[in-house]
Design a binder for this molecule. Structure first.
Ligand code: SER
Length: 339
């Protein structure tokens, strides 16, 4: 019997997975199979062809998926985020690095078995950067992909290394073998800024202060922001993040000059986010209680990113700037969510 052609999404019940599954379901032509420890929520579950409940480290499970499905696209979203990874660095390495290695092997075997390259979409992060101090951060401005690649977090180290692993599988896999085996994995990676969704809240990240502030205010809950008001990193509305993954996945291979692309949309300070949130949700109680250690992590991330390569190579262009993200997406959708 022929295997069924599908898109595989790992970490599907996470924040990006939510948006991606809905978007692929709307498009209608991509049956989706998911792999996650957690089951998808009711409505999302109905949008996918099949859910596999389990770990990306479970090789038997991956073999089963390989035997039943013909996968042309992998969206490997499963990861432990930056704050959580600092508490359990060994587990972070297992999930973020060994897990990614398993999925790259899976994609390689898929490509070898059906004879076409498997497009492998990988979300990396501004956490892959490490700016040495605030002076350097201010001077650096829009950071290019290959600068300041000295992350201070376990998560950042994991992401940066996996970017290289993906490039290895794409271009150099088993380069000494008699037959050419590389090119079966078409690895494409986006370094995301902090992401803000109107329908989910992140868990275990360090850019979480912005989405937490918004969601707390919408629920009339007080919120103590864990970074200084002047803290600045890039952010993006979740629909733009999902569209970017799909646009990069659809880009003609020959247009891509790199395997890793920065993207950005807006980069407000924590104070600017607070002011917009207070204007949108009058009575919001937002205070500041700096967590010096988490602050240190955010301070090591760039204030802005240079995403000119993404714009030139695959037409990246975010729909939401700061104002539109709040007025057209976050505020109306969140109000509805907590009504
Ligand atoms: N936003 C993520 C985090 O804070 C980074 O990718 O961990």
């Amino acid at each position: 019997m022929l295997r069924k052609p599908v898109v595989l999404i790992t970490g599907a019940s996470g924040e990006i997975g939510h948006g991606l599954i809905r978007r692929l379901a709307d498009a209608g032509n991509h049956p989706v199979v998911t792999l996650d420890l957690k089951p998808l929520e009711g409505e999302l579950a109905r949008l996918v062809q099949r859910q596999f409940a389990g770990s990306i480290l479970d090789t038997n499970l991956l073999e089963r998926i390989l035997s039943e499905y013909e996968v042309d696209h992998v969206y490997h979203l499963a990861a432990l985020l930056s704050t959580r990874s600092e508490f359990t660095p060994t587990t972070a390495h297992q999930v973020n690095v060994e897990g990614t290695m398993q999925l790259l092997e899976f994609a390689q075997k898929q490509g070898e078995s059906h004879g076409r390259p498997v497009t492998f979409l990988y979300p990396s992060s501004i956490a892959a950067y490490g700016l040495p101090d605030l002076g350097a951060k201010a001077r650096a401005g829009k950071v290019k992909e290959d600068d300041f690649n000295e992350p201070t977090t376990m998560y950042g180290c994991n992401k940066l290394y996996c970017e290289h692993l993906g490039r290895y599988y794409s271009r150099h896999y088993k380069q000494l073998a008699a037959e050419t085996l590389s090119g079966k994995v078409d690895f494409r990676c986006i370094r995301f800024p902090g992401l803000i969704s109107a329908v989910t809240v992140p868990s275990g990240g360090t850019s979480d202060y912005a989405p937490e502030m918004i969601h707390a205010a919408a629920q009339h809950k007080p919120y103590a922001c864990f970074v200084r008001p002047d803290t600045r990193i890039p952010f993006m509305a979740m629909p733009d993040a999902v569209e970017a993954l799909l646009a990069l996945a659809a880009a003609p291979r020959e247009r891509l000059t790199r395997t890793v692309y920065n993207i950005g949309a807006f980069n407000p300070s924590a104070e600017e986010v607070r002011q917009i949130v207070e204007a949108a949700f009058p009575g919001a109680e937002i205070t500041t209680k700096v967590d010096v250690k988490r602050q240190g992590i955010v301070d090591s991330w760039p204030a802005d990113v240079d995403d000119s390569a993404a714009r030139a190579d695959w037409g990246f262009s975010p729909r939401f700037d700061l104002d539109r993200a709040f007025q057209d997406y976050l505020i109306p959708t969140i109000r509805e969510l907590y009504r």
